[in-house]
Design a protein around this ligand. Structure first.
Ligand SMILES: Nc1ncnc2c1ncn2[C@@H]1O[C@H](COP(=O)(O)OP(=O)(O)OP(=O)(O)O)[C@@H](O)[C@H]1O
Ligand SMILES: [Mg+2]
Length: 1108
C-alpha cells in the first residue's frame, strides 16, 4: 500500500490553492475542475477547506478513512473534511482551545452534509462508553428531527435547510462529548402557507401523510391525499430519491432516541395536522347593511376538526377570524375583517404556529442533549447557515440572509488575518501588510443603529401613521443615497444616472459577493411579523397543553400593549450574539461550492463555480494567505522530505532539524529572499520555490528509486542464484541418494532372490538326503527288528525248551529230593515242631496285647489311676514300663496346655508340696485352694488406693491376716502385703501401713505341724525391722503365704532359701522378750476353731482341734 507523508504526494493539480502558480481566477477554476474530474472534491486554501458537492456518494467517508485521518497532521494526507475535523478536535482536546467550524456556501452546496460529516467524524474518534455513546447518538439523531421540520425541497436543493443552525457540542477534559446546545436562526416560515413553483412545503407534512399509519391519521383527522390540503403544493409533492414514508419512521425513531415522550410526539403531530387543517379554512365575503365588508367561513368542517385537535372552542376561533380588537390604553375597538384580512389572519396564524412549534422543538431537543455535568466544558461549534442568495426576486428573507453572510465574511477576513498575523509573530517573521477588501462598510450600511437599513425599517414599522414599503424605500433614498454600496432608482437619478435594470420599488446593495437587487414589497409586513391579538388569545384558551405554551402572549392576565420586537431587530441581535460567540473560538472554515445547477454528478459549470468563488471571496482568501509567504512547513517534515537533495543531510542528519534545513536550503541554491526561518517552521515565499524543491525531490526520488531498484534487483538475483545453487546441491544430493537407494534395493532384492533360490536348492538337496537317510535308518530298523525278532523268537523257543527241561528236572529233582528228605527227616519232624508253634503262639499273644491296649488305654487325665490289667504274667515288666511311659507322656501333654501364670501357680503348688507335704497337717486342705495371691484386689479396690500407691513394687500377695497379740493371744485383722522386696502390714480399715519389713530382714518363718494357720515371721537380729520384734500371725492361706515368702524371700535376700521351721514349739521375739509358742491338739469346746491363750509370760498355747 502506498504510504502518504504529505499532501504534496501524488497531487492532482495542487491540493492547496496557495501553491497555485500563477494565481488567477482562471487557474483557480482550472485547478478545481481538474480535481473535481478526478473525484478530488476537497482542496485547501491554507487551513480552509473548499468542498465541492459531488452529488453522488464517494467511497471516501468509510470507517477506514476515519482511521486513516485519525491523529494525522493536517498536511500529511490529501485534503479532506476529516483532516479539518481531526485538527479541530485535537486542538480542542489537547490544547484546550474552543473551536468553531463555519460552513458556508450557497443553497445545495453541501453545508448540511458537511456538518454531518464533521459530527460523525468527531463521534467516531472521541471516547467510547455507554453514557458517551448515548450522548453521541442523541446529538446525531437531533439532525433528522430538525431536518424534517426545518428542511424543504427547493429548486436548488431537494433537502434545503430553511433555517440557520448553530450547534455547540460540549466536551469534557478528556474530549468525551457531554452534550450540546442548538441555536436556530430565522426559519423561512412563509413557506408554510405558500411555496414557489417547483418547491415543496416542509418535509414533515409529506412525511406525516405518507408514513403515518391509518390509525394515526384517523386520530389526527387527516387524509393521506396531498391534494386535499391547500398548503401543500402538488406539482412537486413527490421528490426523486426521497422516501417520505421511510423518513417518517426515521424521524419518529430519532425523536424517541433524543428523548421525546410519546405524548409529546403526539402533540407535535397534532399541531402539524392543525396547520394543514388551517390551510383548508376558506372565507366568503358578506356585506353588512352598514356598508362594511365582512367575511364568513365557507365550510366549517375543517375549522371544527382543527378546534377538536387543539381543544379550542370553535366559536372563539371563528370570532378571531372575523374580528380584530385593537387595544390602546383604556380603549378597546373591534373591527370586522374582510376576506383578504381573514386570509391574512389565517396565514399569519399558520406561520406563527409552525415557527413557534419549530422553536419549541429546538428548545426541547436542547433540554435532552444539554450537558449534565456542571464542569467546565470545551466547546466545538458547528455553524450550518444559509449561504449568500442572489435570486431574481429578492425579498426581506434574502436581505436578512445576505446580511448574515456579510457578517460571516467579515469575521472570516478578520480571523484569517489575525491568525496569519499571530503565526508570523509566533514564528518571529516580519509581518508585511496585506491589502484586502474590508466589508465592514457594507455591514455598517445594514446594521448601523442610527441610519442602517434595518434601523430604518424598524423606524418605519414603529412610526404612527400610514406605513408602507414605499415609505420605507423613500426613507432609504433619503438616508442611504450617498452610500457607495447602496443604489436605487432615485439615488441614481440624483446622480443623473439612468439604470433601467433598477425598478422603482427596489434597492440594490453591492455586497462583498456581488450586487443584489431587493424588492421592498413585504419588507414592512415581514419585519412586523404581526399576529392579531384575538388569534393569540384564542390559541391561549386551547386545552392543548403545547399550543397554550406556544402563545404565552395570549394570556389576558399578561396583556402587553407594547409592540413585539421586529423580526429584523431580533435577527440583528441574534447575529450579533453569534458573531461575539464565534470570535472567542478558534475558527475552521469549510467553504462549500456547488458545481452545477442540475443537482447532477460529473458536471462542472464554470460560470456557476466562478460566481461562487467570487462571492465566497476565495481569491481574496488565497491572496491574504500568500501575501507574505505562500507555504510553510515545520522543520522536521521539511527535512525529512527534502534531505535526499543534499549529501550532508542524506541519509541521516544528526543535529536539530532546523540546522539540517539551514544546511539544505543554501546547498540547493534557493535564493535567500525566497524563504525565511521561523521558530518552528520554514516559510517559503513563492509556490514556484516549493515546486522547484518538489521537482528536485522527484528527480532525486527517481535516481534513488533506480539505485534501490538496482541494489534490490542485484540482491534479489544473487539471493535467487544462491538459493538455486543451494537447492541444486540439495536436489542432487537427494537424487543421488535416491538413485543409490534404488540401486541398492534392486541388488538387495536380486541377492535375496538368488539367495532364496540357493537356499531352496540346498534345503531340497538336504531334505532329499535326510529323507534317504531316514529311509535307510527305517529300513535298517525294520530289518534289524525283523532279524532280532527272529533271533528272539528262536532264543525264546530255546529258552522255553530249556526251562521246560529245567522245570522238569526240578520237579523231578524236587520229587526225588522230597522223597529223599521225607525219607531222611521223617524221624526229626515232631521234636522241632513244638518250638516253632511256641514262638508263633507267643508272637500272636504279644500282637493281641498291643493291639488290645489301643482300645483299653485310660483317659489323658494325669490323675487317672486306671490302667488295664494284663492277662499273662510274663507281660508284667512290659506292662509296668508301658504304664510309666504313658503317664509321663500324658503329664507332658497336660503341662503343655498351661499358661505362664498357671504354670507359676503349679510351680508354687509344687514348692508348697516340697515344703509341707507330710510335714504339716494343714497341707492337704490347701492343695485344692487356688493360689490367687491378691485376695483383696488391692489395685482395683478404691479403698486401698492409698495403700497401693504406698507400695512401690508389684503386690504378689494381699490378704487379711490376724496379728496375734502377745498379751492375750487374740488376733487383730491386718492386711498382709507381700511384694518382691518386702512384707507390709496395714490397718484393715484405714489401709494405713503399720509395719514394712524388707525381705532381707527376715531370717526365718516358723509354723506348726498342725492343722492351723499360725506362723511367725522372724526377723534378723540387729536389722532395722527387728526393733519391734517378730510377728505372730495367723491366716487361712498359710500354705500359699509361706510358699510365696519362701520363693521371694530367697531371691530378695540373695540367699539360697528362706528357712522354714516346722515344729510345734518355737520361740518368738516380742520386743525384749522371747515367748514360746506351743501347739497342742485338743478337743475344743467352742467348735473347731483354733484358739490361742497366754499361759504365762513366756508361753503362748495354741490349741488345735484334732482332725477327725
Ligand atoms: N459530500 C457529499 N457527498 C455526496 N452528496 C453530497 C455531498 N454533499 C452534498 N451532497 C448532495 O447535495 C445535496 C445538498 O446538500 P446539502 O443539503 O448539504 O446542501 P446545503 O448546502 O445544506 O443547502 P441548503 O443551504 O439549501 O441547506 C445533498 O442532499 C446531497 O444529495
Ligand atoms: Mg442545508
Amino acid at each position: 500500500m502506498e504510504v502518504k507523508t504529505s499532501l504534496l504526494d501524488n497531487m492532482i493539480g495542487v491540493g492547496d490553492m496557495v501553491l497555485l502558480e500563477p494565481l488567477s481566477e482562471e487557474t483557480f477554476l482550472d485547478n478545481l475542475r481538474n480535481r473535481f474530474d478526478h473525484n478530488e472534491i476537497y482542496t485547501y486554501i491554507g487551513s480552509v477547506v473548499i468542498s465541492m458537492n459531488p452529488y453522488r456518494s464517494l467511497p471516501i467517508f468509510t470507517p477506514d478513512k476515519v482511521e486513516e485521518y485519525r491523529n494525522r497532521n493536517f498536511y500529511e494526507l490529501s485534503p479532506h473534511i476529516y483532516a479539518l475535523a481531526d485538527e479541530a478536535y485535537r486542538s480542542l482536546r489537547d490544547q484546550d482551545k474552543d473551536q468553531c467550524i463555519l460552513i458556508t456556501g450557497e443553497s445545495g452546496a453541501g453545508k448540511t452534509e458537511a456538518s454531518k460529516l464533521v459530527m460523525s467524524y468527531v463521534a467516531a474518534v472521541c471516547g467510547k462508553g455507554q453514557e458517551v455513546n448515548k450522548v453521541k447518538e442523541q446529538l446525531l439523531q437531533s439532525n433528522p428531527v430538525l431536518e424534517a421540520f426545518g428542511n424543504a425541497k427547493t429548486v436548488r436543493n431537494d433537502n434545503s435547510s430553511r433555517f440557520g443552525k448553530y450547534m455547540d457540542i460540549e466536551f469534557d477534559f478528556k474530549g468525551d462529548p457531554l452534550g450540546g446546545v442548538i441555536s436556530n436562526y430565522l426559519l423561512e416560515k412563509s413557506r408554510v402557507v405558500k411555496q414557489p413553483r417547483g418547491e415543496r412545503n416542509f418535509h414533515v407534512f409529506y412525511q406525516l401523510l405518507s408514513g403515518a399509519s391509518d390509525d394515526t391519521l384517523k386520530k389526527l383527522k387527516l387524509d393521506r391525499d396531498f391534494s386535499k390540503y391547500n398548503y401543500l403544493s402538488l406539482d412537486s409533492a413527490a421528490v426523486n430519491g426521497l422516501d417520505d414514508a421511510a423518513n417518517f419512521r426515521t424521524v419518529r425513531n430519532a425523536m424517541q432516541i433524543v428523548g421525546f415522550m410519546e405524548d409529546e410526539v403526539q402533540s407535535v403531530l397534532e399541531l402539524v395536522a392543525a396547520v394543514l387543517k388551517l390551510g383548508n379554512i376558506e372565507f366568503k365575503p358578506e356585506s353588512r347593511c352598514n356598508g362594511t365588508d365582512e367575511s364568513r367561513i365557507k365550510d366549517k368542517n375543517d375549522l371544527k376538526e382543527m378546534c377538536e385537535l387543539l381543544g379550542i372552542e370553535q366559536s372563539v376561533l371563528e370570532r378571531a377570524f372575523s374580528y380584530r380588537t385593537v387595544e390602546a390604553k383604556l380603549e378597546k375597538v373591534s373591527t370586522t375583517l374582510n376576506v383578504a384580512q381573514a386570509y391574512y389572519a389565517r396565514d399569519a396564524l399558520a406561520k406563527n404556529l409552525y415557527s413557534r412549534l419549530f422553536s419549541w422543538l429546538v428548545t426541547r431537543i436542547n433540554e435532552s442533549i444539554k450537558a449534565q455535568a456542571k464542569t467546565r466544558h470545551k466547546v466545538m461549534g458547528v455553524l450550518d447557515i444559509y449561504g449568500f442568495e442572489i435570486f431574481e426576486d429578492n425579498s426581506f428573507e434574502q436581505f436578512i440572509i445576505n446580511y448574515c453572510n456579510e457578517k460571516l465574511q467579515q469575521i472570516f477576513i478578520e480571523l484569517t488575518l489575525r491568525e496569519e498575523q499571530e503565526e508570523y509573530v509566533r514564528e518571529g517573521i516580519e509581518w508585511t501588510n496585506i491589502e484586502y477588501f474590508n466589508n465592514a462598510i457594507i455591514c455598517d450600511l445594514i446594521e448601523n443603529h442610527q441610519n442602517g437599513i434595518l434601523a430604518m425599517l424598524d423606524e418605519e414599522c414603529l412610526r404612527p401613521g400610514t406605513v408602507s414599503d414605499e415609505t420605507f424605500l423613500d426613507k432609504l433614498n433619503t438616508i442611504c443615497a450617498e452610500h457607495q454600496h447602496f443604489e436605487s432608482r432615485l439615488s441614481k437619478n440624483s446622480k443623473f444616472l439612468t439604470d433601467h435594470s433598477l425598478p422603482h420599488s427596489c434597492f440594490r446593495i453591492q455586497h462583498y459577493a456581488g450586487k443584489v437587487l431587493y424588492r421592498t414589497e413585504g419588507f414592512v409586513d415581514k419585519n412586523n411579523d404581526l399576529l392579531y391579538r384575538d388569534l393569540s388569545q384564542a390559541m391561549y384558551k386551547a386545552t392543548h397543553s403545547l399550543i397554550k405554551q406556544l402563545f404565552p402572549e395570549g394570556n389576558p392576565a399578561k396583556v402587553n400593549l407594547k409592540r413585539p420586537l421586529t423580526a429584523g431587530f431580533q435577527f440583528r441581535a441574534s447575529v450579533g450574539t453569534l458573531m461575539r460567540n464565534l470570535q472567542t473560538k478558534n475558527p475552521n472554515y469549510i467553504r462549500c461550492i456547488k458545481p452545477n445547477d442540475k443537482k447532477a454528478p460529473h458536471i462542472f459549470t464554470d460560470s456557476l463555480v466562478c460566481h461562487q468563488l467570487r462571492y465566497l471571496g476565495l481569491m481574496e482568501n488565497v491572496r491574504v494567505r500568500r501575501a507574505g509567504y505562500a507555504f510553510r512547513q515545520a522543520y522536521e517534515p521539511c527535512l525529512e522530505r527534502y534531505k535526499m537533495l543534499c549529501k550532508r543531510t542524506w541519509p541521516h542528519w544528526k543535529g536539530p532539524a532546523r540546522e539540517g534545513v539551514e544546511v539544505l536550503m543554501p546547498d540547493l541554491q534557493v535564493p535567500t529572499e525566497e524563504y525565511a526561518y521561523g521558530r518552528s517552521k520554514i516559510f517559503i515565499r513563492n509556490p514556484r520555490t516549493l515546486f522547484f524543491l518538489e521537482e528536485r525531490r522527484k528527480q532525486c526520488l527517481e535516481d534513488l528509486a533506480a539505485l534501490i531498484q538496482k541494489i534490490y534487483r542485484g540482491w534479489k538475483c544473487r539471493s535467487h542464484f544462491l538459493l538455486l545453487k543451494e537447492s541444486q546441491i540439495v536436489v542432487a544430493a537427494w537424487y543421488r541418494r535416491f538413485a543409490q537407494q534404488k540401486k541398492y534395493k534392486q541388488i538387495k532384492s536380486a541377492t535375496t532372490v538368488v539367495q532364496s533360490y540357493t537356499r531352496g536348492w540346498q534345503a531340497r538337496k538336504l531334505l532329499r538326503e535326510l529323507k534317504y537317510q531316514k529311509r535307510c535308518e527305517e529300513a535298517v530298523t525294520t530289518i534289524s527288528a525283523f532279524w532280532h525278532g527272529t533271533q528272539a523268537r528262536r532264543e525264546l523257543r530255546r529258552l522255553k525248551e530249556e526251562a521246560r527241561r529245567k522245570h522238569a528236572v526240578a520237579v523231578i529233582w524236587a520229587y526225588w529230593k522230597g522223597l529223599k528228605v521225607r525219607r531222611e527227616y521223617r524221624k526229626f519232624f515232631r521234636a522241632n515242631a513244638g518250638k516253632k508253634i511256641y514262638d508263633f503262639t507267643i508272637q500272636r499273644i504279644m500282637q493281641k496285647y498291643f493291639l488290645g491296649l489301643k482300645s483299653t488305654v485310660p483317659s489323658m487325665s494325669p490323675i487317672d489311676k486306671n490302667w488295664p490289667s494284663r492277662r499273662y504274667l510274663f507281660l508284667d515288666g512290659a506292662h509296668t514300663e508301658l504304664r510309666r511311659i504313658f503317664h509321663l507322656w500324658r503329664c507332658k501333654k497336660y503341662r503343655s496346655q498351661f499358661t505362664e501364670e498357671k504354670k507359676a501357680v503349679y510351680e508354687e503348688k509344687l514348692e508348697a508340696s516340697e515344703i509341707f507335704k507330710d510335714k504339716k497337717t494343714l497341707y492337704p486342705s490347701s492343695v485344692s485352694q487356688p493360689f490367687k495371691g491378691d485376695y483383696l484386689e488391692i489395685s482395683k479396690n478404691p479403698k486401698y488406693q492409698k495403700l497401693n500407691s504406698a507400695v512401690d513394687e508389684k503386690v504378689l500377695l494381699a490378704d487379711v491376716v490376724n496379728k496375734i497379740n502377745r498379751a492375750n493371744g487374740k488376733g487383730t485383722p491386718r492386711i498382709f502385703l507381700l511384694t518382691k522386696k518386702s512384707v507390709v502390714l496395714a490397718d484393715q480399715k484405714t489401709g494405713q501401713v503399720k509395719a514394712s519389713v524388707p525381705l532381707p530382714d527376715l531370717s526365718s518363718v516358723s509354723v506348726s505341724t498342725q492343722n492351723d494357720g499360725f506362723f511367725a515371721l522372724k526377723l534378723k537380729e540387729g536389722s532395722a525391722s527387728a526393733i519391734k520384734g517378730d510377728f505372730l500371725l495367723s491366716s487361712e492361706h498359710l500354705i500359699e503365704i509361706i510358699t510365696k515368702l519362701h520363693r521371694t524371700g530367697a531371691t530378695a535376700a540373695e540367699r539360697e532359701q528362706l528357712d522354714i521351721d516346722i515344729s510345734d514349739e518355737f520361740l518368738v521375739q516380742f520386743k525384749q522378750d522371747k515367748v514360746c509358742v506351743k501347739f497342742i491338739q485338743a478337743a475344743l469346746k467352742n467348735g473347731n476353731s483354733v484358739s490361742c491363750k497366754r499361759k504365762n509370760n513366756r508361753l503362748l498355747e495354741v490349741s488345735v482341734p484334732v482332725m477327725a
